[in-house]
Design a binder for this molecule. Structure first.
Ligand SMILES: C[S@@+](CC[C@H](N)C(=O)[O-])C[C@H]1O[C@@H](n2cnc3c(N)ncnc32)[C@H](O)[C@@H]1O
Length: 404
């Protein structure tokens, strides 16, 4: 495909070539005016629907295939609305919702979100779990994870959650249930403060400042990324309260992982974001040269696919037997989606790619690998994302992949 085939597009030749290589129609990047935006209604806020519609002056269209999701015209802004500021609605694309739904969360599940920030999917997982189970959110970017913490507080969702600044390719901590026979998550806070105050963000301000200074050197930052997860948030019922530092940072042997790992893992991997139409449109202002560097640069993409495979591999390692994993990206490229999954499967005989039952009614396409799925503006009326789920031996779960 060349520029002549898409005369109205302001996209540079190199990007058109990139789309062509991935079998993508450039007109998906001109559809943003037609693609709706989406909100998710916080469970329990159904009674406010009419009030919200009156405030934002538009009707919310129920998304039939995605519980609690509503579409609205793309020009409607929600950020300044009272409904958004009071935590009654979330701004999240429908394709992101599909990625979470693909996890098939059950009450009581212990879920790991390995690339969690800024946290739109993490919040949805917590809403689905209600007051059961636990969620462990991990992200390498401290400032992004801090935004995630703010979101948990805004939506009052943190009770069963803990957040770690850590490298998802090496993160090794398991759900707190491994301690549950000896420690109750419900135990009182009194008398336990001395156990956890030494290593959480509740430490004195001076102490935290000193540590922040120490982290300022690139070398120590890298070292802490690789070796030392840092807990920056935990809820009262996250299982953390009452543990000593060594108990919290205990890692398990391979044989224990099989039964003590997470029930569900989401690997919403770092990617080139080329599937995000709004992201690509920003390059009109940032300059197409930046696009060349950030999206099309083969070396960067190679590095990213290595990272994606490592994240996927580590997420799978932390999954218990019979658990399932979803791998997703907001890139539309084959290299960052199907290729990563195929490479992973070729090295992990115990993993299997299964069909996502719920997807029967989803407006998406099959990816190049059977049981993977792709969302795009034309097929799905959504913006961007990609995902897949995987399984361990001895159970009926599986992998599925989707991109939006
Ligand atoms: C696509 S975003 C995740 C979006 C998030 N799941 C949500 O729904 O809001 C990818 C995230 O991966 C994080 N990331 C990049 N490299 C990582 C690594 N090695 N370990 C953990 N997180 C990483 C980035 O900081 C970024 O926040």
């Amino acid at each position: 495909m060349d520029n002549e085939a898409a005369p109205n597009l302001p996209l540079p030749d190199a990007f058109i070539h990139f789309l062509n290589e991935n079998g993508l129609d450039p007109s998906i990047y001109t559809m943003s005016d037609l693609t709706p935006r989406y909100v998710r209604l916080k469970p329990g806020c159904e009674a406010y629907l009419e009030e919200i519609e009156a405030e934002i002056e538009c009707k919310l269209g129920k998304v039939a295939w995605l519980p609690n999701f509503y579409s609205l015209p793309p020009h409607i802004q929600i950020a300044n609305s009272k409904a958004y500021q009071e935590g009654k609605i979330y701004g999240i694309d429908a394709a992101s919702g599909a990625a979470v739904l693909a996890l098939n969360i059950s009450l009581g599940d212990h879920v790991l979100d390995l690339c969690a920030a800024p946290g739109a999917k993490l919040c949805m997982i917590l809403d689905l779990l209600g007051s059961s189970g636990s969620v462990t959110g991990v992200d390498v970017a401290r400032h992004r994870l801090a935004a995630c913490r703010t979101m948990l507080q805004k939506y009052s969702l943190g009770d069963h959650c803990r957040l770690f600044v850590a490298d998802g390719t090496t993160f090794s901590l398991f759900p707190i249930r491994v301690h549950s026979d000896s420690k109750s998550c419900e135990c009182g806070l009194e008398g336990k403060l001395d156990v956890y105050k030494e290593w959480t963000s509740r430490r004195p301000w001076k102490e935290r400042k000193r540590e922040a200074k120490a982290r300022a050197s690139v070398a120590s930052q890298l070292a802490s990324r690789i070796h030392d997860p840092e807990l920056i948030f935990y809820g009262r019922n996250s299982g953390v309260v009452g543990l000593s530092k060594s108990e919290l940072y205990q890692t398990l042997h391979c044989s224990e992982v099989l039964h003590c790992g997470y029930d569900k893992v989401l690997v919403d991997a770092e990617c080139t974001h080329d599937g995000s139409i709004k992201h690509i449109q920003k390059f009109e202002q940032w300059g197409w040269k930046t696009l060349q560097h950030r999206v099309l640069n083969a070396e960067r993409t190679d590095d990213l696919t290595v990272l994606q495979l490592q994240l996927l591999t580590n997420g799978f390692r932390l999954l218990k037997v019979g658990g399932s994993l979803v791998y997703s990206t907001c890139s539309l490229t084959v290299a960052q989606n199907e290729d990563v999954v195929e490479q992973f499967l070729s090295k992990n005989a115990s993993a299997e790619l299964l069909e996502i039952d719920a997807a029967e009614i989803w407006p998406c396409k099959s990816g190049r690998v059977p049981n993977t799925l792709r969302f795009d503006p034309m097929t799905s009326q959504t913006s961007d994302i990609g995902l897949c789920t995987k399984d361990t031996p001895g159970n009926s779960n599986a992998w599925s992949i989707t991109t939006k």
